[in-house]
Every structure is written in C-alpha cells, then in structure tokens.
Design a protein around this ligand. Structure first.
Ligand SMILES: Nc1nc2c(ncn2[C@@H]2O[C@H](COP(=O)(O)OP(=O)(O)OP(=O)(O)O)[C@@H](O)[C@H]2O)c(=O)[nH]1
Ligand SMILES: [Mg+2]
Ligand SMILES: [Zn+2]
Length: 354
C-alpha cells in the first residue's frame, strides 16, 4: 500500500478494511473511497488521489455488488484502475421508488445515520420508524435531527414525540442554517467518521452539509409554503469532507422509504410488542380475538399505544411484501443472466464451426 493506514484513517479506513487485503495487495494496491457514482464512472479520493475511475470488473448484474457512495475500492498500482470492492462494514439499501421492484443502494460504510425531519408538517412517526429500522438493519447508530426548530412554536413537543419512538433514542433540535445552530451534531463528525443524512425533500439535509462544512457547496432551495414540502433540489448522492475531519453523505430527499430484507430490524424496533406476543396463551396467536392474548390485554390496560401497534403491523406486512417481490426479481434476474449466458455459449459454438 502506498498510503499509510494512518493517512487513510482520515478517510474512514480501519482494520475492517485493512484485514481484507492479501500480502500482495498490502504491498502494491491503493485503497480509495467512492465519493460519487456516475453513469460513466466513480469519483474516488484517497491521500494524493482524486480520480474518476471505471467500475471494477464483474458482479454488475448483482446490484448489491456494485459500488455505492462511501465504498472502499482497491485501485491497482497506477491508481487509475479499480481491482475490487472491499467488503462493507455497513450498507443502507431500499426498494427503489416507483413501480420497478429493484434494489437500490443508498450508502456504505456509514458510522452514524442522521435521520432528518423538520418541526413542521414533515414530522411523521411512521416515516421516522422506517429510517430507524434501516439503521438497525445496517448496525448503524441513528440520531434524529429535527430542523427548523427556530420556526416552531414548541420544538420540545416534536422532540418528545421522537424520543418515544425507541428507548434511548438520541434526538437533536437544530437550526440547520448556521454552524452554531448545527453545533449539537459536531460530536458525530470527528476525524475519520462517516455520517449520512437521510430524510424527505426540503428538511434541510444540504443546509446541514453547508453548515457543518462551513462552505456553501450544496445547493438548497426554499420549500413550498402551503405544505412545507421540498423541491427535490439535490439529485445525486455525494460524500463531503468536513474541516473537523469527518465525512458527510448528502442524499436526495426520499419520497418514500420501502424497506427490504429488514424483518430483524422491524422486530428489534418493536421488541416490546414482539415480547408481549410471546406471552400470549396460544403460540400462533394473531392478537385479534383470541383468549389469553397479551397484546389485546396491554391495549385494554392502556400500556400499549394502538396507533403504534397499527404502524408495527403495517410495516411488518409491507416489509414482507417488498422482500418477497425482491426475491422474485432476483430469481428472474438470475434466470435472465442464465439465458444470456446460454445464448452466448450457443453463439460461440456456432462460430467455432465456421
Ligand atoms: N429557518 C430554517 N430554515 C431551514 C432550516 N433548515 C433548512 N432550512 C431551509 O429549508 C429549505 C430546504 O433546505 P434544503 O437544505 O435544500 O433541503 P434538503 O433536505 O437538502 O432538500 P432536497 O435536496 O430537496 O432533498 C432551504 O430554504 C433552507 O434554508 C432550519 O433549521 N431553519
Ligand atoms: Mg438537498
Ligand atoms: Zn396475542
């Protein structure tokens, strides 16, 4: 490796990545971090490297094997050609918006997820819960950031509602426009730390990037007055270096976050309800009208919020639907891949005969 691990640490390098290198790679390969993904290549950075490189060979029909923002790539000795993608320590993914059922990668190798919402009509517990599941599933620490506290009559009430979503959840109310206002978030942005900002359009993700980096690099735009919705100003994901040494990933506002492969995360976020269900008289209790149902008993006793139970059920059903349709799609893609391979093989055979 031509850069020392200490120099690379400033870019988020750690033993998780170092331990994946063979002795030959340790001697010659150059690790670099993906800061942006374009149709025609990847922008990567490392000490003394700032390049647009191609995609590493292979694995392109497996969406999860494609590089995404935050990924570590090994470049060859020249520093221009990617050899391979290193295994990630965390990954955010979702089912792409719209009717296409494919998987979409959001960001990799993130240490802290800032779930951004505003102290206005954007605030929505069901939406925040989806992001919390995403963080759980990736094993990433979540922090809920409530922006526009300066415009709200009672920001404390939003904070209290957010804190109820998960025991011990960290919630910060901020004015995202100034570095002073965004100061509570500095603690997550220390040297070598990678922080991703996710949330709806117009909540102030790019405003936070500008405040925390002290540079007006990211375009921002006023929200619609009637419903506080944003205008989808940011259109691509990108990784930004902060003076404090941390790395921030700005993302386009999400219209919807559809979870996939997240059954564990959902069960963990609603662990109290799952535990209640385990104490029902019947092991196959559907928690509806069965005698001895602990969930119904908790509803009656007022210790379980019926609205939260409804959100849990909805999320569980939706996650199952998304994951099974994704499995179908993966099978189809595989079949298609096989078909292409067999056609190519046939073609080659025929040309051999000529
Ligand atoms: N008063 C106030 N305005 C804010 C705050 N945070 C963001 N804004 C404003 O809200 C608008 C939208 O902010 P952006 O940073 O563009 O929002 P975004 O989340 O990046 O939106 P997309 O890129 O569309 O996803 C801008 O006019 C910001 O100045 C805040 O804490 N207080
Ligand atoms: Mg933006
Ligand atoms: Zn039950």
């Amino acid at each position: 490796m031509t850069s020392s691990p200490t120099d690379l640490a400033a870019y988020g390098w750690s033993n998780t990545f170092q331990s994946q290198l063979s002795p030959e790679e340790l001697a010659a390969a150059k690790p670099a971090r993906v800061v942006a993904v374009h149709r025609n290549g990847l922008d990567v950075v490392a000490p003394l490297i700032e390049e647009r490189v191609g995609f590493p060979a292979g694995g392109l029909d497996d969406i999860e094997a494609r590089p995404t923002v935050g990924d570590w790539l090994l470049l060859d000795q020249t520093g221009h050609r990617p050899l391979r993608l290193l295994e990630r320590k965390s990954l955010f993914k979702r089912r792409a918006a719209g009717t296409g059922r494919q998987l979409q990668l959001i960001a990799a190798n993130v240490d802290t997820l800032l779930i951004v919402s505003s102290c206005n009509q954007d605030f929505n517990p069901a939406r925040l819960e989806r992001y919390l599941v995403l963080a759980r599933e990736a094993g990433v620490m979540p922090v809920v950031v409530l922006t526009k506290a300066d415009l709200a009559d009672d920001p404390g009430s939003y904070r209290a509602r957010a804190e109820r979503l998960m025991p011990g959840l960290l919630v910060e109310c901020v004015d995202a426009r100034t570095s002073d206002g965004a100061r509570p978030l500095q603690a997550w942005c220390d040297a070598g730390q990678t922080v991703a900002l996710l949330g709806s359009s117009g909540v102030g993700k790019s405003t936070l990037v500008n405040a925390l980096s002290g540079r007006p690099g990211q375009a921002t735009q006023a929200v619609r007055e009637d419903d506080d919705r944003g205008r989808h100003t940011t259109t691509g994901r990108s990784l930004h270096r902060l003076d404090a040494g941390g790395w921030l990933i700005d993302t386009p506002g999400m219209r919807e976050l559809q979870l996939v492969d997240s059954e564990t995360g959902v069960a963990e976020l609603f662990a109290d309800i799952v535990a209640l269900g385990d104490t029902c008289r019947f092991t196959d209790c559907r928690h509806e009208t069965e005698p001895g149902c602990a969930v119904q008993a908790a509803l009656e006793a007022g210790t379980l919020d019926p609205v939260r139970l409804k959100r849990f059920r909805k999320l569980l059903a939706e996650e199952a639907r998304n994951t099974s349709s994704l499995a179908e799609r993966r099978a189809q893609d595989k079949d298609f891949g096989k078909m292409v391979k067999s056609i190519m093989k046939e073609k080659r055979k025929r040309s051999d005969w000529r």
